[in-house]
Design a protein around this ligand. Sequence first.
Ligand code: DP6
Length: 396
Amino acid sequence: QVVFIMTGKIYSASTTAPVNIATLKYWGKRDTKLNLPTNSSISVTLSQDDLRTLTTASAAEFFESDKLWLNGKEESVEGQRLVACLSELRSLRKALEDTNPELPPLSKYHLHIVSENDFPTAAGLASSAAGFAAFVRAIANLYDLHQSPEDLSRIARQGSGSACRSLFGGYVAWEMGQEADGSDSRAVQIATQEAWPDMKATILVISASKKETSSTVGMQTTVNTSTLFKYRAEVVVPQRFKEMSQAIVNKDFETFGRLTMIDSNQFHAVCLDSSPPVFYMNDTSRLVIGLIEKVNKIHDRVVAAYTFDAGPNAVLYYLEKDEPIVLGLLKAAVPEVDGWDKKSYTASIAPAVPEGVDTRTFEALREGVSKIILTGVGSGPQGTEETLIDSNGLPK
Ligand code: DP6
């Protein structure tokens, strides 16, 4: 998109990017500057119909400095991670301009970047992953870069590790790599969302009473102090990585779900094994674990799998065919919570409590769960005509 105004031309490009939730967790860096992980990880990209970041990147000769607005608020562009992403993208553009002098010299222009999440950032959802993926993709589009999503994922990784996985839709692996310069630490797609489309996800937004430890700080506390962590990174994850990748390719939900739960639990175990210990789950999170374990036991198979990131929110994965069981139970447990109305088809799902589930926990769940987000597996970043900047190059 090019807009002409009195002061000059504004070049711009917009993209959306998705949230991803890891099923094999990234936890620990071997290089904190380049965001190189101590283990490979796997995630599912969630549908942008329900959660997405929209970002517009623009460049113009008359812009006086780089500027960034997130959710309506101007933010600093001095952060080391942002600077790392920006300078890589600029030098790729510069290289392109060097081979073709006809191209507008965008690498020399300042950028105005405007980004908005359609979900509450404060809810503790993986907003930095979607944010950095959108940031990198939008600028790459503006600069007309021909680098592959794998290549761009190496740049997004430097913004926030988990962001590299949001460059793809479907089922995504972040291969840790071996090189000291990070050249082989990138995301790759294991399977498209079309290959296994009936994967559903529900997020139970659980309010935290106090501010949690950031992932960046928490994971380095673990790396530096946990003795269990070394075994996880060196022995457990490499084996799980193979098994989970294979389970995704085979659409084997039983294996995928079982590994997802034990890996979430092990991630929180190494947090507890850190000094000082890091706690992310709360009593409500543990109630959700108890409920899902119980349902799986009653059905004698993995109906749903839970996973928790660096916060108390629960993410449940299950197959579409089991929606009546999973959503029926949640309807019985948290019927009034905000979010059911977003998906009209849930009106026909009857509340159902399987025999053996203790309904006494429902009251506590109602107190702890503030919102439900019903979603599924989705696509990677999408270019869009929608724009967040006005004709002066400022946020609309
Ligand atoms: C628990 O990607 O937010 O969500 O690289 O320091 O920005 P930085 O950390 P971040 O950590 C995510 C940790 C996690 C697990 C995961 O997404 O794999």
